[in-house]
Design a protein around this ligand. Structure first.
Ligand code: FAD
Ligand code: DHB
Length: 389
């Protein structure tokens, strides 16, 4: 088989890239290790920056998002019973959209299927070969049968545990990592959200987040220890712990119900440099991870897709390779700023096991500064709605 771009990984990065390329007449084949239902079963991001919503429109997959997504013009931050709002629209002229990653992925699958895009599931043993030559190819197996695709370029969109990053030799790769000493326990429940905007909460018992997918689907998270098992958390225990961490008025108003999903995610900051080796380009979680506080993971994957898509378009439409040559440099410049924001926002709101009384006073002073300073709020809002591409 031969195609122009092989895309390893059929998560949101890979699907979005393949759909954008298709709109410009550039062929790709997407190789996904799991089944479609498995990918759609993962409950992940919920907040989309403007850069991502614009890309989804350009990809022709935004109709449902535009109908069913919710514009959010601000967010609440609470500490104990204190709470204040950061107004995104006032500080930046922009907002974010609440629309789940599951729905984005579903819309992308439907679009790829409508246009008969090559999307292969249950693909095993993907090996990227000769990426540093002018004639790369990828081998893989489906149901025990080996296949080979020759291509011009390879996009490594296979997430943190994929094979693409490891294809770049150690000698040319630098990795930067910070592992946080806690995780997030997340619950999805068919209950009305406690508030119509998100609440990022900190308290002596730790961090909590009240988020949502729609008017009868809530997403809540609480900071937990990394070695816990979600199965050991009863719904009652989860709701009781959440109520301890949000202001009393919101705790009283919280509507609880059975969880329909419950899982624990570790928190990590990670970046690999460079994001490109020869004709292989890393996109999204394959190249970087942020702690989820601030909802930057999917949005940063989208900015990578934007740079790679434009580089490939330029190459196929004009023969000029400036865009693809500059890919790693451009993507990383934005990635590190998203890393900084996610690290800062995580550090502000979580309790750390080795935190001193002084450290806690510093968090409170920083929260009070954010509450009272329009300049600090503007900086927060600018990052939250998404830095320009
Ligand atoms: P992935 O979504 O990981 O997709 C990679 C795909 O590649 C997967 O489908 C995988 O099966 C496939 N794959 C892996 N290895 C191979 C292989 N060898 N061969 C073929 N295919 C392979 N981000 C936000 O912005 N906001 C949030 O609120 C948020 N919450 C999150 C909550 C959790 C629990 C997690 C884990 C992440 C969260 N994120 C959030 C991060 C966000 O979900 C990711 O940044 C996003 O999924 C990245 O998309 P991706 O396509 O790069 O990678
Ligand atoms: C969600 C997750 C986040 O990490 C975040 O900062 C905001 C929202 C969510 O899943 O809804």
């Amino acid at each position: 088989m031969k195609t122009q771009v092989v895309i390893v990984g059929g998560g949101p990065s890979g699907l979005l890239l393949s759909q954008l390329l298709h709109m410009r007449g550039i062929d790709s084949v997407v190789l996904e290790r799991r089944t479609k239902d498995y990918v759609l079963g993962r409950i992940r991001a919920g907040v989309l920056e403007r850069g991502l919503t614009d890309l989804l429109r350009e990809a022709g997959v935004a109709d449902r998002m535009d109908r069913e997504g919710f514009p959010h013009h601000g967010t609440l931050i609470s500490y104990g019973d204190e709470m204040f709002r950061i107004n995104f629209s006032e500080h930046t002229g922009h907002m974010v959209t609440v629309y789940g990653q599951t729905e984005v992925t579903r819309d992308l699958y439907e679009a790829r299927e409508r246009s008969c895009g090559a999307l292969l599931f249950n693909v095993d043993h993907v090996v990227i070969q000769d990426a540093d030559s002018d004639a790369p190819h990828v081998t893989y197996e489906i149901a025990g049968v080996s296949h080979r695709i020759d291509c011009d370029f390879i996009a490594g969109c296979d997430g943190f545990h994929g094979v693409s990053r490891a294809t770049i030799p150690y000698r040319v790769r630098s990795e930067y990592e910070k592992v946080y000493p806690f995780g997030w326990l997340g619950v999805l429940s068919e209950t009305p959200p406690v508030n119509d905007e998100l609440i990022y909460a900190t308290s002596p018992a730790g961090f909590a987040l009240c988020s949502m997918r729609n008017s009868n689907l809530s997403r809540y998270y609480i900071q937990c220890s990394v070695d816990e098992d979600a199965a050991n958390w009863s719904d009652d225990a989860f709701w009781a712990e959440l109520k301890r961490r949000i202001p009393a008025a919101q705790a009283d108003a919280l509507v609880t119900g059975p969880s329909i999903e419950k899982s624990i995610a570790p928190l990590r900051s990670f970046v690999t440099e460079p994001m490109q080796w020869g004709r292989l380009f890393l996109c999204g979680d394959a190249a970087h991870i942020v702690p989820p506080t601030g909802a930057k993971g999917l949005n940063t994957a989208a900015s990578d897709v934007h740079y790679l898509y434009h580089g490939l378009r330029q190459f196929y439409e004009t023969g000029i390779s400036d865009g693809i040559d500059a890919y790693s440099h451009k993507a990383l410049a934005r990635v590190w700023k998203a890393e900084r924001f996610s690290w800062w926002f995580s550090s502000l709101l979580h309790r750390y096991p080795d935190q001193t009384a002084f450290d806690i006073k510093m968090q409170i002073a920083e929260l009070e500064f954010l509450r009272s300073s329009p300049a600090a709020q503007k900086a927060m809002a600018e990052n939250y709605v998404g830095l320009p591409y």
